[in-house]
Ligand binder design. Structure first.
Ligand code: GSH
Length: 223
């Protein structure tokens, strides 16, 4: 049985989308990061990094698989299900891996930093000089990364040959932060079309509803 440790956020939604797309049975444990539940000793046994998502999978025979880091979870689910993670060709799988790591190391962290520094800049009494260099840096880098994704998606429906865990890794970030950082995405038409295409998938729509009312987000909390 798979247990997903979750609260709604771009990183966790990668996993709920994958679970829904793959049709795997799972149960959800809500982890309220605003109440420091991700820092409890029990949770740190599963996710030493103290962040969501994490996942456990109790295998037949009793072995407990613990997985943290959303990209590693996507790869695990892809391996287990044999879906959305090509196994017939090492070349295809390596290409998907590249995009998953690109999201994990680039798109997610860079666009997350824009939001953090924008909120910091809005705090009363903050001197804009304290945040402007960081905002400049992360906005420039995120814009570059969106350019990379735009180039890749031009003339194709999905990031790799077929819909894959690479799309599942990137889509929730564009969904949550794309419009905050780039308005209606009209400067990135291929990303905009890809975003709309994936938004229509029933599994994605189910995943996006998961847990939306479960946790009260404190005002001004960066997510
Ligand atoms: N690299 C990690 C990042 C996980 C992460 O930062 N999760 C956020 C939610 S999207 C979180 O747990 N934030 C809680 C906090 O900052 O205390 C992954 O992809 O799993």
């Amino acid at each position: 049985m798979i247990t997903l440790y979750y609260m709604p956020s771009p990183n966790t939604r990668k996993v709920s989308i994958a679970l829904e797309e793959m049709g795997l049975a799972y149960q959800v444990r809500m982890v309220n990061i605003f109440e420091r539940e991700a820092q409890s000793p029990q949770y740190l046994e599963i996710c030493p990094n103290g962040r969501v998502p994490a996942m456990t999978d109790e295998l037949t025979g009793g072995e407990l698989v613990r997985i943290f880091e959303s990209g590693a979870i996507l790869q695990y689910l892809g391996r287990q299900s044999g879906l959305f993670y090509p196994r017939e060709s090492e070349a295809k799988r390596a290409w998907v891996d590249g995009w998953v790591f690109w999201q994990m190391a680039g798109l997610g962290p860079m666009s997350g930093q824009i939001t953090w520094f924008k909120r910091a800049a809005e705090k009363p009494g903050r001197d804009p000089a304290e945040t402007s260099l960081a905002l400049h840096r992360y906005t420039k880098e995120t814009t570059r990364l969106y350019g990379v994704l735009e180039r890749q998606l031009s003339g194709r429906a999905f990031i790799c040959d077929d819909y894959s865990i690479a799309d599942m890794a990137c889509w929730p970030w564009v969904e949550q932060y794309g419009s905050r950082d780039f308005g209606d995405l009209s400067q990135f038409p291929a990303i905009k079309a890809w975003h709309a295409r994936i938004a229509q998938r029933p599994a994605v729509q189910r995943a996006m509803k998961l847990g939306v009312d479960a946790i009260v987000v404190p005002p001004g909390a960066p997510r």
